[in-house]
Design a protein around this ligand. Structure first.
Ligand SMILES: Nc1ncnc2c1ncn2[C@@H]1O[C@H](COP(=O)(O)OP(=O)(O)OP(=O)(O)O)[C@@H](O)[C@H]1O
Ligand SMILES: [Mg+2]
Length: 460
């Protein structure tokens, strides 16, 4: 029987644990005490045990202290390494059964599959662990991954989430929601999203509250006392996110967005993780992983050139690799040569995924003055954008140029270098220049004039 009654729509809290959580005698503490005793009896340090069972030392320490529930996989490894028959496995299995959600709570397991060729990003994964798993405060941990289009925000969130689940975290379930940013007009409505989330945990359509705030309250009630992970992918703005957040600790939230999500930090105590393109070795490694050793070894130098022509942007790298694997281009060398032309880079596409289309969605989210400045930046010389030169070239005041460039940085279409300078990724600059040619009809001579004006402003 479903436990969410009419009361849910008033925001009253359904009992999150329910009657199927047996009063078993086992607890994470029982497991932890036994683990410490057995480990010390064999003269093993935590670090040595961690190496032997292939689990992280910090996680084991928490398990020993009863602060983390051991997974059955960890228990089996402990049984094997500590030669203890199936004692650990039996306790972990009982704990898992006790933790199984009650009727009325349909265990959500919505994470998409990880990428087989996921490469690098170790520092980011560690940072997410620190924020979302090691936080001992009572606040709800929220991490916001943001960065330019196609940089790998979703791939990182999904990879981290799977690793956390493998480590025994978020035993009550994982939600994954596409918020359909970055254009606020096209983005998912939180009212509908909450409907899907509540439905996913077992609330039937006729019991869904008819008001946004009541839906949000009911969702928070359902999550209270549970350990769930909520991945909110591709958020358009802070308003969209705020109604979807759990209200109590135990759960964690990862938000991905191309936007800096202005206004979010005043509503939520979130930590921000900005992402940039891959470093050189990782970019080459990703290409190699996708095209295979045989093709990569045929011309390793071409791999490096190809990675640079793709600006080391994961989306461009993946599309380039798919081009090679599908034999549209027989080798990294041939494709690298073709991508010397900026238009060819922007035309990278496979199936319904196209680099230009991905950039388009960010561009369309800009207001007209920001869009105009963005196009103009494509015409300026060099990778570094000088605020004063931008103001002169665009014919706007210095303050207006500062404001517009901040907007573009907030959308991750440029990156702040220091007070007076910004940087633009090569592929985005090529895209901006292309837009300028098409939309502003920038002729070769007009472009030359703009460049000359910018150069003059720089010298001045
Ligand atoms: N570290 C990585 N290793 C391997 N593949 C990656 C990595 N990061 C991203 N990718 C791949 O690159 C492509 C773009 O990544 P992803 O969709 O995560 O980017 P994004 O930043 O979320 O883009 P968007 O802004 O459009 O949401 C995907 O095919 C993804 O699988
Ligand atoms: Mg994404």
């Amino acid at each position: 029987m479903l436990r969410n009654s009419v009361q849910d729509s008033t925001g009253n809290r359904p009992d999150p644990r329910g009657s199927d959580r047996p009063n078993g005698t086992e607890s994470p503490g029982t497991f932890g005490c036994l683990l410490r005793t057995q480990r010390e009896r064999r003269g093993l340090s935590l670090t040595q045990l961690a190496t032997l069972v292939h689990f992280n030392r910090g996680h084991l320490s928490k398990v020993e202290n009863g602060k983390r529930t051991p997974s059955v996989v960890l228990a089996a490894a402990c049984d094997r390494v500590l030669d203890s028959g199936s004692r650990f496995t039996a306790i972990a299995t009982a704990l898992e059964a006790a933790a199984r959600p009650s009727p009325g709570w349909v265990h959500p397991a919505q994470l998409p599959a990880t990428k087989r060729h996921f490469t690098g990003r170790q520092r980011h994964l560690d940072q997410l662990n620190e924020w979302l798993c090691d936080d001992r405060s009572l606040a709800l941990p929220v991490a916001v991954i943001n960065g330019p289009p196609g940089v790998g925000k979703t791939a990182l969130a999904v990879e981290w989430a799977h690793q956390a689940v493998r480590d025994g975290r978020f035993a009550d379930g994982q939600f994954f929601v596409d918020l359909e940013g970055p254009e606020p007009g096209d983005a998912a409505d939180p009212f509908d999203v909450l409907g899907h989330l509540l439905h996913a945990v077992g609330v039937p359509g006729e019991r869904l509250p008819a008001d946004l705030h009541q839906r949000a309250a009911t969702f928070r009630s359902y999550l209270h006392g549970r350990q769930v992970l909520l991945v909110l992918d591709n958020a358009a703005d802070a308003q969209q996110v705020q109604h979807l957040l759990p209200g109590s600790p135990g759960s964690a939230v990862v938000v991905t967005s191309r936007s800096r999500l202005p206004g979010l930090l005043s509503r939520v105590d979130a930590a921000t993780l900005p992402m940039m393109e891959l470093c050189r070795p990782e970019a080459a490694e990703l290409l190699r992983a996708m095209i295979g050793d045989a093709r990569a070894d045929a011309d390793p130098a071409a791999l490096t050139v190809l990675a640079e022509r793709c600006g080391r942007l994961p989306l461009a790298l993946v599309l380039a690799a798919e081009n090679i694997v599908s034999c549209q281009h027989p080798s990294a060398d041939r494709l690298a040569a073709e991508l010397k032309a900026e238009e060819a880079r922007l035309a990278l596409a496979e199936g319904d995924v196209a680099l230009r289309h991905t950039f388009d969605t960010s561009y369309r989210a800009l207001d007209e003055p920001s869009a105009r400045i963005f196009r103009l930046l494509g015409l300026l010389p060099g990778q570094v954008i000088d605020v004063a030169a931008t103001a002169v070239t665009a014919g706007v005041s210095h303050d207006e140029a500062v404001r517009l460039l901040r907007d573009l940085a907030s959308a991750h279409l440029i990156r702040r270098q220091d007070e007076r300078h910004y940087l633009m990724h090569d592929l985005l600059r090529a895209y901006a220049a292309d837009l300028s040619r098409r939309l502003d009809g920038a002729t070769a001579s007009a472009r030359k004039e703009d460049r000359a004006r910018a150069e003059k402003a720089l010298v001045a």
